[in-house]
Design a protein around this ligand. Structure first.
Ligand SMILES: Nc1nc2c(c(=O)[nH]1)N[C@H]1C(S)=C(S)[C@@H](COP(=O)(O)OP(=O)(O)OC[C@H]3O[C@@H](n4cnc5c(N)ncnc54)[C@H](O)[C@@H]3O)O[C@H]1N2
Ligand code: MOO
Ligand SMILES: [Mg+2]
Length: 407
């Protein structure tokens, strides 16, 4: 059977990332949180824009004050006061200083700032009690960033820090990749919407809610296509529509070996390349993956835990890669200590729902308490980590380390 690693490689190799010219939209900075920067940004201004003071104090000539001592202060004449926001017009000459404030432009002639606390003012004179370091407390033009070099690389997620930098560079708008379009539908004669009264044998289609929520969280534009019966014609129609209108199509149900499991056959009949229909993992074994010329198709198993686990494990990295992330689209796997005993039959890579607790600064994995059937939707409540037991490992005892995937 196909290993999880090989399945992931097949999927990631099939992803065509969005184009950084054609698939770009320009949006206001305050709308750009969590969007992905399409192309590198350079700026024509240096950071800092000019030499300026890092402290409230006195702008001096280092040569004047380098021998100052507490018992033998240097006395300088204050010839100007420079608040932030002004271009000083004077030049500091030997024996002179300027009163200066944090962020204010350094006057010509001065090269060093002495912080106010190390001085004593007497009318228009200042006594300097300590020898500063040369250029101390001067933030020099271009120290943080040199104009014309790369300010931000393309393919990064924009958050508070990056958006501040763009604003600082005078941008009002930023070019980001458009959102990948994800079509979602559920297949199953037994499925109804939450507001409907359940007839015997029916259940609510919870998968479309799980997947739509997750996809929106990942920044996708969701095309929610609802519920389709287990019928080859109806499936053909909806899949045909979905692949024409979305970059990624996700369905749940109908991928196993039952008489009403039609997804694989329908994909093939529509000309899709079906790469695999099972993976050596649990839950999620019947995961089906196919490609069409302009879209990827994920046929997730219908069981609610299987659907969400396979979505976290495989669809999420594919979306992140397609969305234009330059790196780091893969899952976040971390090593933690398990509080619970974890078991697997060892034949499949096994994913166990649970929760990470921070105990004395160390993350501990607590297994979800309910029945670990992949049909047990309730185990998804508060699941923020999946313990991963590789093929061959049957037991993790309490206190032992385990790798977890952070969904
Ligand atoms: N003989 C075998 N039977 C099954 C195998 C197998 O290897 N041999 N694999 C099992 C595994 S593992 C899984 S997972 C499921 C996958 O089933 P399907 O993808 O074909 O899904 P369905 O048969 O349509 O439904 C399975 C289960 O999930 C419930 N379901 C379906 N859709 C939804 C939804 N949108 N929201 C909530 N719940 C849903 C459905 O009612 C069924 O209970 O196959 C096993 N069988
Ligand atoms: O592998 Mo299935 O996804 O357990 O129920
Ligand atoms: Mg089935």
């Amino acid at each position: 059977m196909l290993s999880v690693r090989d399945a992931e490689a097949t999927i990631l190799n099939s992803v065509k990332p969005l184009d950084n010219q054609l698939d770009v939209e320009f949006i206001d900075l305050l709308m750009a949180n969590n969007r992905i920067l399409a192309t590198p940004v350079t700026s024509s201004v240096n950071f800092p824009h000019w030499d300026n003071s890092a402290m409230d104090g006195y702008a001096v000539r280092y040569a004047d004050v380098h021998q100052a001592r507490s018992d033998k202060p240097v006395v300088l004449e204050i010839v100007a006061e420079i608040p932030a926001g002004y271009q000083p017009q004077i030049t500091i000459k030997p024996g002179q200083a300027a009163r200066i404030f944090t962020g204010a432009v350094m006057p010509a002639g001065a090269d060093t700032v002495v912080m106010q606390e190390k001085t004593h003012r007497q009318d228009n004179r200042v006594l300097i009690f300590i020898a500063p370091q040369p250029r101390e407390f001067v933030r020099r033009k271009g120290d943080f960033y040199q104009a014309g070099t790369e300010l931000l690389p393309g393919g990064i997620v924009l958050t508070a820090g990056e958006i501040a930098v763009l604003a600082g560079a005078g941008r009002e708008q930023v070019g980001v990749f458009r959102r990948p379009k994800v079509a979602i539908f559920s297949s199953g004669d037994e499925l109804v919407m939450p507001e409907q009264l359940l007839k015997p044998g029916q259940i609510v289609d919870s998968n479309q809610f799980a997947l739509a929520t997750l996809m929106r969280e990942l920044g996708a534009e969701v095309l929610l296509l609802g519920i389709v019966e287990d019928d080859p014609e109806a499936l053909t129609e909806i899949i045909d529509y979905a692949i024409a209108n979305a970059d990624i199509v996700i369905s749940t149900g109908g991928v196993s070996v039952g008489d009403y499991d039609y997804i694989g056959k329908t994909l093939a009949s529509l000309g899709g390349k079906v790469h695999f229909q099972s993976v050596q993992m649990r839950p999620g074994k019947p995961l089906t993956f196919a490609t069409f010329p302009n879209s990827l198709y994920f046929g997730l198993p219908g069981n609610p835990v299987s659907a969400l686990v396979t979505c976290w494990r495989f669809v999420k990295p594919a979306i992140r890669r397609m969305a234009g992330l330059a790196q780091g689209w893969g899952g976040k796997f971390i090593r933690v200590r398990s509080h619970s005993q974890l078991q697997s039959h060892g034949k499949m890579e096994t994913y166990i729902c649970g929760n990470l607790h921070l105990v004395n600064g160390v993350y501990q994995f607590h297994k979800a308490q309910g029945n670990d059937s992949s049909g047990n939707l309730i185990n998804l409540v508060q699941t923020n980590a999946l313990a991963v037991l590789p093929v061959g490992q049957t037991l993790v005892s309490p206190g032992e380390e385990v790798v977890v995937l952070q969904p």
